[in-house]
Design a protein around this ligand. Structure first.
Ligand SMILES: NC(=O)c1ccc[n+]([C@@H]2O[C@H](COP(=O)([O-])OP(=O)(O)OC[C@H]3O[C@@H](n4cnc5c(N)ncnc54)[C@H](OP(=O)(O)O)[C@@H]3O)[C@@H](O)[C@H]2O)c1
Length: 291
């Protein structure tokens, strides 16, 4: 582990993965700086800072604490690469030397949005100008408990909606993604590589429904929709058109096998076995029980 005592800046630090990185860093004796838009509120914690990707006047405050390493979770925008690349250059000018990006399993270096940021970091790394890593996690187990639409449909209708057919996914836990991130941020030697972060078992949405049925003691059903129906469903929940189209297209890719693989990255980086879906489901089961 790095002996540096410099604080570590976590952008998106209040979200699903960022909050877990912050807490794991703290428990290992590191100091996270937790950055997000909502951290401007009156109840903010001493190690919190207001940060908005889309407002560059908020970018300087974290650097008053001289972080050397930065974890990058981008804004929910298909054009997020532009402010992110601009920010990376800004952060370097303020003394940051290591950047760890959270991208996605479905996005290769040079691909859309995070893929462009990935390629940029790799290029800077090849020139010896930064230390870097890119995490490419698959779909989160936590989507079922921390994202509104799955929580509501499981709790209120005993249904899960997707357009994935029988396609399988190596669902990964946010705690395991965070553990890989912590290693990438704090290792003595720079990682200078990408990590495809996958969970331990391949499960379709139908198999997820079966596990949830067992954990909850009531029947949960997977409703397999067409991509067009799913897109409409996302729109009905107020999702922007482009985003709804992209998410339903991702389900189609899963249906045809895009996520059908697993690996030992979590174990090889962290030394701990990745969490199984059933264990995760048992640990959060109350969110799917009507009060
Ligand atoms: N969910 C999945 O299955 C999955 C799979 C693979 C990859 N990913 C990728 O993971 C990333 C999301 O990670 P996550 O689920 O841990 O995050 P999350 O829970 O959605 O939280 C997003 C974080 O970003 C902050 N944020 C949002 N807009 C911002 C802005 N304009 N400026 C500054 N901060 C902003 C949020 O806080 P405030 O709202 O307070 O600003 C929050 O801390 C995305 O890039 C996604 O593509 C997700």
């Amino acid at each position: 582990m790095s002996s540096s005592s410099a604080p570590i800046l976590i952008l998106g630090g209040t979200g699903t993965v960022g909050s877990r990185i912050a807490s794991q860093l703290s428990s290992q004796g590191f100091t996270p700086i937790i950055a997000s838009r909502s951290n401007g509120s009156s109840d903010r914690q001493p190690n919190s800072v207001k940060f908005d990707w889309l407002d560059s006047t908020t970018w300087s405050e974290p650097f008053s604490r001289a972080p050397k390493s930065v974890y990058l979770i981008g804004p929910p925008s298909l054009e997020g690469d532009k402010p992110m690349i601009e920010f990376i250059d800004y952060a370097r000018s303020r003394g940051a030397t290591r950047f760890v990006l959270q991208s996605a399993s479905s996005i290769e270096a040079g691909g859309p949005t995070m893929g462009k940021v990935h390629a940029y970091l790799r290029e800077l790394g090849q020139r010896g100008e930064v230390e870097w890593a890119v995490l490419r996690p698959t779909w989160f187990q936590n989507n079922f408990s921390e994202h509104g639409h799955h929580v509501r449909s499981i709790r209120d209708e005993s249904k899960i909606y997707s357009a994935t057919g029988d396609g399988k996914i190596p669902w990964v836990s946010a705690d395991d993604i965070a553990a890989v991130a912590v290693r990438a941020l704090t290792s003595e030697d720079p990682p200078n590589t990408e990590y495809l972060v996958l969970g331990p078992e391949l499960l379709s949405y139908g198999e997820i429904a079966e596990i949830l049925s067992e954990v909850l003691g009531r029947k949960i059903v997977h409703v397999d929709m067409s991509a067009t129906e799913l897109q409409q469903r996302h729109r009905d929940f107020g999702m922007p058109e482009e985003w709804a189209r992209m998410l339903s297209a991702m389900d189609t890719s899963i249906k045809f096998g895009a996520e059908n693989r697993t690996n030992d990255v979590v174990f090889s980086v962290t030394g701990a076995a990745p969490r199984r879906f059933k264990d995760y489901a048992q640990s959060v089961r109350d969110v799917w029980v009507k009060p």
